[in-house]
Design a protein around this ligand. Sequence first.
Ligand code: PBG
Length: 322
Amino acid sequence: MTAKPNTHPTIRIGTRGSPLALAQTYETRERLAAAWPDLAQPPVGGVDPVEIEVIKTTGDMVLDRPLSEIGGKGLFTRELDDAMLDGRIRIAVHSMKDVPTYLPDGIVLPCILPREDVRDAFICLKAKSIADLPAGSVIGSSSLRRGAQILNRRPDLKVVNFRGNVQTRMRKLEEGVVDATLLAMAGMRRLGLQQHITGSIETEDMLPAVAQGAIGITCRADDEDALRYLAPLNCQDSFDRVTAERAFLTKLDGSCRTPIAALATLDGDTMFFRGLIVSPDGKALHSTSRTGSRADGVAMAIDAAEELFKAAGPGFFDFMTS
Ligand SMILES: NCc1[nH]cc(CCC(=O)O)c1CC(=O)O
């Protein structure tokens, strides 16, 4: 009896086509191959056991406006969710920072890869750190969270909208369009562009976005094979930290495009959680922290969110809808 020829890939991974999304997908493919020998074998009959399918999302098509203005949840995920529900892809790889807190019916998120550096990177050709920037310096960043936290500490700086890939940003720094810019350490590292980082900003000085530096993998809730393949890839510490941070975000109804920041860290089974909300001008900043057991992470995060919501008072988030 001869084995049935393999004519289909075992796993087709869906991803956005950005260099960072592709780097994260290659990492996922390597981890799958390391965990599962049947996914590492060379192509049989020209069919690779793991295939990658690039899917354009709405977020990839609007490049001229800050994402905070476009709004709408699932800007970077909806088309991938649709492809998965249609059966065109088996799993999807995401920057967790860009994944809405509510997943569509039928899709689950069983796997978070080991988290990268969660900090923000300072990128500048003129100064070593934010503290070294002369008054009046211009920071290019379209992230409300980063801009607001900088203005809170340094109201003498100016923050202007700024988007684009690392190369574009470096050119604009050279041309003097802005004096400095900020990006996630994780993205720079995963792209192999760490040589452009001037310095990392400690989380005490700038709290990261919820789930910054984490890669999440989704699949269909009823896809038992995909769930089995993903199980050994999950990093439970990263999963628990991101789960607590996302509970905080859900309670405050925010996204990666709102001036909300949170970070959960673990020391064994003790979780330390910090969260903050800040007005876009940086003037009103409310932060809080909790320490407790890992098992209580979500409850702590929700409790922290409720405290900040009360401290901020009614109307604090009006800028998001106005
Ligand atoms: N919002 C876009 C986005 N989504 C994930 C990353 C970087 C990688 C990460 O934080 O996991 C970035 C760019 C950035 O913030 O520098």
